[in-house]
Design a protein around this ligand. Structure first.
Ligand code: SAH
Length: 337
């Protein structure tokens, strides 16, 4: 819960207001999972907390470290279900990629998470606790940036995602600032509107992957429900802070969405609102029938967009050797390659 609710709760239990700060420190800074060990609280107060409340803690099951320093965690949720989170180091930045669902309903053709189907939503505490655990397990104890780009579709679990982000950005907890958080969606139009209303400072990324409905439907079935025109409509009115742009993610699949015509369709879509484009060369995984583009393919595609005056970045996905790159996160810890 956000700090003001925690403070109300503590008051309701007859505790002095400063007790809330102590409890917050135990949970969010020290990662404590048991009231019984909060030794600066009276035994009686700890016991009543234990009766009235619970702390959700996820457990590290496995850790893999990539040659590039990326760390992939396998976490067990309280009911034994598992999700993966990935910690990426780039200079001083420590970006944590968190999961929002066990599996995913959207079944994008190129994504391993989608291939495993949907099991359940994560609750807010399970999302927040990925940040707390990852920070404890981070080599230098830091998580500076957060991306909701792990397993699952954040906007398909929006109540819990919004609740989790409100806790994460709460000043009193000092986890991650709103401007350092990116929510990535496959394009669930109604959710985009609500996200903008409730969390305007959080950054928005949309996995576009094709600029025309026919190509997009083939690789992202959600397009049938929310065609590109419906998506564009929400993005055009999205309440962007001054100077901010919406990121369009575009996974390049060789021979599928990498022609000049595809670049032109992407450009037309991207011109409808302030945007920047993030190209992601497809990451190969067993059983997913697409091919990775060559460096030349990616360079050519980028040039077509640059010629049309777009800001274009090529995402250098990290951790592919430990199956931690975009699209490689799977239920049950993935293949142990
Ligand atoms: N469901 C959300 C959050 C997941 S983000 C969304 O779709 O945005 C995961 C990102 O990885 C998305 O941009 C997706 O398009 C991309 N991705 C999925 N599979 C991939 C693969 N095999 N190679 C490269 N990128 C992939």
């Amino acid at each position: 819960m956000p700090y003001n609710e925690l403070a109300d709760f503590v008051t309701l239990m007859g505790g002095k207001p400063y007790r809330a700060r102590q409890i917050a420190e135990w949970i969010f800074q020290r990662g404590e999972c048991q009231f019984a060990r909060m030794t600066n609280l009276s035994r009686q107060f700890r016991e009543s907390l234990d009766q009235q409340a619970s702390i959700t803690c996820i457990q590290e099951k496995k850790r893999q470290v990539s040659v590039d320093g990326t760390i992939k965690f396998l976490f067990a949720l309280p009911d034994g279900m598992e999700v993966e989170s990935v910690l990426i180091t780039e200079g001083k930045r420590r970006t944590l990629c968190v999961s929002t669902q066990v599996g995913c309903k959207l079944a994008c053709a190129f994504c391993l998470t989608g291939a495993s189907g949907f099991t359940r939503n994560l609750n807010a505490a399970e999302i927040v606790d990925q940040v707390i655990r990852a920070r404890q397990l981070s080599p230098d104890g830091r998580v500076t940036n957060l991306v909701l780009m792990g397993m699952g579709e954040p906007l398909d679990n929006l109540d819990n995602v919004i609740q989790a982000i409100k806790v994460i950005i709460d000043q009193e907890y000092q986890l991650v600032g709103a401007r350092k958080i990116t929510v990535s969606t496959a394009g669930l139009a109604p959710g985009i509107e609500r996200l903008g209303l409730e969390l305007p400072k959080v950054k928005l990324a949309v996995s576009l992957n094709a600029g025309d409905d026919i190509t997009r439907e083939r690789i992202m079935p959600i397009t049938k429900k929310y065609p590109l025109a419906a998506l564009a409509k929400k993005l055009e009115v999205y309440p962007l802070p001054q100077g901010r742009r919406i990121t369009l993610e575009y996974v390049i699949l060789k021979g599928v969405n990498d022609s000049k015509k595809d670049a032109e369709a992407l450009s037309r879509f991207a011109k409808k609102f302030p945007s920047k484009i993030n190209l992601i060369p497809f990451n190969q995984t067993a059983g997913i029938p697409f091919a990775r583009p060559t460096k030349e393919d990616v360079g050519r595609f980028k040039e077509w967009l640059v010629e049309k005056n777009h800001t274009v970045m090529i995402r250098d996905s990290k951790g592919a050797d430990i199956m931690a790159a975009c699209g490689q996160l799977a239920v049950e810890g993935g293949t142990d390659s």
